[in-house]
Design a protein. Sequence first.
Length: 86
Amino acid sequence: MFRGNSMAGFEGAGYVMGYGTNADANTRFVVSVLDDGMYGGTIRYASGYGAIQIDHDRKPSAGLSVSNTNGQWEEATLRMFLRAGA
């Protein structure tokens, strides 16, 4: 996997590319919250077919089916339970 930055419309320092057909490929983001509770988050993606799985404490927390976006960025907002701390 590697960081891309040439696709029109991306924001930030870049985006993760190169998942291919590797079922074990993953990217980890650490999020810290002050209190246990339900939180919303927005994911931007541009992808072929597949799924995005969100885990918390190594347990599935939310899932998102992904269809081909034809090179266009899509957004999905998910709600999930997070525990305080990182």
